[in-house]
Every structure is written in structure tokens, then in C-alpha cells.
Design a protein around this ligand. Structure first.
Ligand code: B12
Ligand code: SF4
Length: 501
């Protein structure tokens, strides 16, 4: 079967970044798997190529089109692409992390022939084999389709696949591999590649429990390194961001990574996201010695009842020593927190601010809680009547601006949240990398960001760049304004700038 897998473009109304690159890893994996089983799959990444769809259709003549919907930031293009192909008789299947949690809405608006829930490779193969053999695709597991009575029908879930059946992703499916590379902290030519999928955690706000069923699986390390080695040798990849939710859970796993990296003589730098409690000081040192330069820890709430709401289950006494150890061995650390938990009080936010300011992390990221369908916290806020969930794709699209508080779940005024978040952002602008990194890469985060933005002019259309510049300037000014113009709010939460941490 001829399959065209499409990564949709961002919604220009909600895209307030200059550019967000990143391999469409899920699509690459599905296309590679289909091709290795006798189908003919191609990828069109509309974040780079806005070739008119008429041209795409006449050049490729796909039997089926697949659209990836990993988040709510691409809804208008998902609709446009789907309407175009379905209007010309080509079936459209939609999948990805976000599509998986809102299949009913997609189907009720008649934007797909079916939605694929969770991991796509095996389900796609089963669907394509069914179509090739003239069988009914609705007999395939892991999909949702519109039943005759106008209600969505879920087929039984497809068991997770054995990841050792997946070979290295075929990057030749992307004609512009280098365009995906970007700077990350003070390191260049970075791309996201994944070694493991899923996480053992069950945080109440996260998509993991539904999407990965709290299971974590690891690919063969040699396959991961085949991908990296190809990207380094053919395209000059220098830095890897592990796209894993929970990197390096066991010592055996970490040691296998280091051994394989050394065996192949690869010297790339890298970073990852993991959990407090997984890594001791000697592990962090080993990571640094093996090229790691940054670690992202999701902390999300201070110890106490907010942590219980988040169901984070962190070993809190280890937070401070882990961050101190990471700093000492030379790793950049980024810790994330969530504001706007249901029923959060002014005192809760004060506690969160004090806790955050007590941590020796290089960066602190703040996100405003926005409920993900099918997560425990989503169910809670709907049950308590605090949240009226989106019922249409248009309402989903409206919810895509991440720095906006779409629904307030707490008694803290929105202005206070915005001011405190802006204070952390401004503080981060002046944060300093650990000494070892400053010696290795004497670059400033602030000036590197400015440089990247300017260089982006050359890789984007002028209109696109001006649009991005307008939003970025607006975002920057509102951030600085919020951080500096409300000293009363800063005092209310005991926020004091800690520059040059
Ligand atoms: C790398 C990454 C990116 C990259 C590349 C994204 C891309 N095009 O693949 C970049 C940096 C561009 C990015 C951007 C964003 N991301 Co992102 N990203 C990730 C990350 C870390 C890894 C994804 C990955 O490659 N995994 C490995 C592959 C194999 O898995 P996969 O992508 O899930 O693909 C499988 C299935 O989803 C399914 N599938 C995927 N696509 C399709 C398509 C079809 C047709 C079918 C049938 C199936 C299918 O099958 C695939 C193979 O098994 C995940 C976190 C995570 N670890 O999952 C977040 C994640 C997907 N991102 C997220 C978010 C919120 C965003 C942004 C909105 C960030 C922001 N705040 O601006 C944007 C939105 C981008 C958009 N297009 O709308 C959320 C989505 C949550 C949700 N349920 O909505 C996640 C889950 C992080 C999180 N925990 O919050 N992201
Ligand atoms: S630890 Fe991270 S990935 Fe795992 S369930 Fe919690 S938020 Fe999700």
C-alpha cells in the first residue's frame, strides 16, 4: 500500500516561537516499519514544506494518508489536510499523543476515517495488511472509528510491541535532516532521538498512564546507536537530547549505553529527562564523564498536599542532594513545576515559590496546569465541576497557548501566577552554567538565544520570521513587564531574585 504520513504545520495563531524543530520520530518509526514489511511509506513534514496539497496528491497518489497530532498546536492544519484528502476520496487516519486522548472529538467532527490510539507501528501494519488483503480495517485492534449509530467504537487495545522488532529509523525519509538540528543550552547541532518509551510513574496530570499504561520499554541499545552513528557520520550531529520520559532507570541500562558509545568511539554530548531518586552522585559523575551535560527533572510540586494532588511520589529528601551533586559534577539542571493546581491557595503558591528558590537548579520551568483528557486530574476537575472540557476541535485549538491560563482551578489570581512565572523566567536569563560547562563552552544563554533568533532569518520565509519576531517580542516584553512592574505581588509570595545562581 502507498502511505503518506504527514506532520502538520503549527497553527500560526498560536505559534509564538520563532521555530520549533524536532524529528517527527513517531512518523519515522511507523514509515520505516511499514517499508520493511513491503509497503511504500513516505513522510511529508509540513513544518518545513508547504507544498500545495494538489501537487502532493498528484506526485504521490497515496492509498492512505496518516496525520500526526502530537499536541493541540496543529489543529487547523490537521483539519485542512484531512478535508483535502478525504474530499478527494483518500482515507485519512489520525494518530499521535494528542489524537489518542481525543479520538471521539476528531470522529464526531468527521475529520478522520479512524483514529489510532497509542503506539502506531503495529497497528498501521495491521491496517495496511487488512486493506491490501481486502479485509475490513475495523477488525484491527487499537483503533477508534465511527459506528453506524453515530457513536465512536473502540476496538480492543493492541498489546505493546516488542521494541526489538523495530530497526533503526530510516532518516533518508527526510530530505532535510540537518534542518532539524538546533542549539540546546550552549551545545550545537542537537536532535531528539529516543531509547526508551513510557514511564513507570502515574502522575495525575500526565498522559503516560493512558498512553503508555505506566509501562516503560527500552529499545535495543545497538539500534539506538546505529541511528546516532548515521546522524553523526552523514549529517554532523553533535548533541543528542534523549526524548525518553524516564532516562536510564537502571545501572545496567546506563552502563550499556556508555559501553556502546565508547566501543563505537562516539564523542557526542547529550542530555536527558529523568526522575529524582534514580541517580546517585557517582551516577551523575559517570553521566558527565560519558558526555552528559544537562538533566531535566520533573518535580512539579513542593512536598506536601500539592505533591499528593500531583501523585508525583518523589523521594523529596533526595531532591536537594541530587541537584547539589549534579551541579558539583558539572551538569546543567532544569527542574519543572506546575502552578494552578485544583484548589491551590495563596499560601500553597508561597510555599512553592520558597521551595523552588531553595533549590540549586540552573533553570526552573513553570507551566500552568491544563488538564489532559483521560488523566486522573482531568477526571477530577470535570467531576468537581471546575472544568468544562473542550468539545470541538476549535475549542481544543483555543487551548493551545501554553503561557495563557485557560481555566483557573485555584484561588490564586491569574495575575499573580503570571507575575511569579515571569519572575522565574527573568531570573533564568541570568542563571549561570556550572563552572565545568563555562570552561568547556564560554557562551551566554541570553546571547546565544538572540544569535539563534537572528540566524533563523536565513532559514525561514520573511513573513514567517516577522510573525515569529512579533510574537517573541510581545512575549519578551510582557515577561519583563510582569516580572518588574508588580513588586507588591513579588512581596506577597516572598519572591526575591537570585541572580547568577
Ligand atoms: C521530541 C518531542 C517533540 C519534538 C518533536 C515532535 C514530533 N513531531 O514528533 C518537538 C520539539 C518539535 C515537540 C514539540 C511539541 N511538543 Co513534544 N514531545 C517530544 C517528546 C519528548 C518525544 C516524542 C517522541 O518522539 N517519542 C518517540 C516516538 C516513537 O513516539 P511518539 O511520538 O509518541 O509516536 C508514536 C505514537 O504517538 C504514535 N503516533 C505518532 N504519530 C502518529 C501519527 C499517526 C498517523 C499514527 C497512526 C500514530 C502516530 O505512533 C508512534 C510510534 O509508536 C514527547 C514526550 C515523549 N517522550 O513522548 C513530547 C510530547 C509529545 N510533546 C508534547 C508537547 C505538549 C509539545 C508541544 C506543544 C510543546 C510546546 N509546549 O510547545 C509542541 C507541539 C508540537 C506539535 N506539532 O503540535 C507533549 C504532548 C502531550 C499531549 N498529550 O498533548 C509530550 C507528550 C510531552 C509531555 N509529556 O507533555 N515535541
Ligand atoms: S514521571 Fe513524568 S512521564 Fe512519568 S508519569 Fe510523571 S510526569 Fe509523566
Amino acid at each position: 500500500m502507498k502511505v503518506l504520513l504527514i506532520n502538520p504545520m503549527y497553527d500560526p495563531e498560536t505559534l509564538n516561537y520563532l521555530r520549533m524543530n524536532g524529528f517527527p520520530i513517531g512518523l519515522l518509526s511507523i514509515a520505516t516499519y511499514l517499508n520493511s514489511h513491503g509497503h511504500e511509506a513516505k513522510i511529508l513534514d509540513r513544518t518545513f514544506f508547504d507544498t500545495p496539497l494538489e501537487e502532493v496528491l498528484s506526485a504521490q497518489k497515496p492509498d492512505v494518508v496518516g496525520i500526526s497530532m502530537i499536541a493541540n498546536m496543529c489543529v487547523p492544519d490537521v483539519i485542512a489536510v484531512s478535508d483535502f484528502f478525504r474530499g478527494r476520496g483518500v482515507p485519512v487516519y489520525i494518530g499521535g499523543t494528542y489524537a489518542s486522548i481525543v479520538p471521539e472529538i476528531i470522529l464526531k467532527e468527521n475529520k478522520a476515517d479512524l483514529v489510532i490510539v497509542s503506539e502506531g507501528e503495529q497497528i498501521w501494519l495491521n491496517l495496511m495488511n487488512a486493506l491490501r488483503d481486502g479485509a475490513d480495517p475495523h477488525t484491527v485492534n487499537g483503533i477508534v472509528y465511527m459506528g453506524e449509530n453515530g457513536e465512536p467504537v473502540f476496538t480492543p487495545p493492541e498489546p505493546f510491541m516488542d521494541l526489538s522488532l523495530l530497526g533503526p529509523a530510516d532518516f533518508t525519509l527526510l530530505p532535510n535532516v540537518k534542518d532539524y538540528f538546533q542549539p540546546c543550552y550552549c551545545y550545537d547541532n542537537m536532535a531528539h532521538v529516543y531509547l526508551s518509551k513510557g514511564c513507570t510513574g502515574n502522575c495525575s496530570f500526565c498522559f503516560n498512564s493512558y498512553f503508555h499504561r505506566c509501562k516503560r520499554r527500552v529499545r535495543p541499545v545497538s539500534v539506538f546507536f546505529d541511528e546516532i552513528e548515521y546522524l553523526i557520520r552523514e549529517h554532523g550531529l553533535e548533541t543528542v537530547y534523549f526524548a525518553d520520559e524516564l532516562w536510564g532507570l537502571t545501572k545496567t541500562e546506563r552502563e550499556e549505553i556508555y559501553r556502546e558509545k565508547q566501543r563505537r568511539g562516539l564523542t557526542f554530548t547529550w542530555g536527558c529527562q529523568t526522575r529524582i531518586g534514580v541517580l546517585k552522585k557517582e551516577d551523575l559523575r559517570e553521566m558527565y564523564d560519558n558526555g552528559c551535560r544537562w538533566v531535566f527533572f520533573g518535580i512539579e510540586a513542593p512536598p506536601g498536599h500539592l505533591a499528593e494532588i500531583a501523585n508525583k511520589r518523589l523521594p523529596y529528601p533526595l531532591v536537594l542532594p541530587t541537584l547539589e551533586a549534579a551541579r558539583e559534577v558539572g551538569l546543567i539542571t532544569n527542574v519543572s513545576f506546575i502552578f494552578n493546581y485544583p484548589h491551590e491557595t495563596v499560601q500553597d503558591l508561597r510555599d512553592t515559590v520558597q521551595y523552588m528558590q531553595s533549590l540549586p537548579a540552573t533553570y526552573m520551568s513553570v507551566a500552568f496546569f491544563a488538564p489532559f483528557e483521560r488523566s486522573a486530574l482531568f477526571e477530577q476537575v470535570v467531576r468537581e465541576g471546575l472544568y468544562d472540557p473542550p468539545k470541538t476541535l476549535e475549542e481544543i485549538r483555543q487551548g493551545a497557548l501554553i503561557e495563557k491560563i485557560h481555566s483557573s482551578f485555584s484561588e490564586v489570581p491569574d495575575r499573580d501566577y503570571k507575575v511569579i512565572r515571569a519572575c522565574f523566567l527573568v531570573q533564568d536569563l541570568f542563571s549561570r552554567y556550572p563552572e565545568q560547562i563555562r570552561r568547556e563552552r564560554p557562551k551566554s544563554f541570553f546571547w546565544e538565544t538572540v544569535k539563534t533568533s537572528v540566524l533563523n532569518i536565513f532559514s525561514m520565509k520573511v513573513g514567517q520570521w516577522l510573525h515569529g519576531l512579533y510574537y517573541s517580542a510581545k512575549y519578551f516584553l510582557s515577561m519583563v513587564g510582569n516580572a518588574l512592574l508588580f513588586p507588591g505581588i513579588r512581596r506577597k509570595y516572598g519572591f526575591r531574585f537570585r541572580f547568577r545562581r
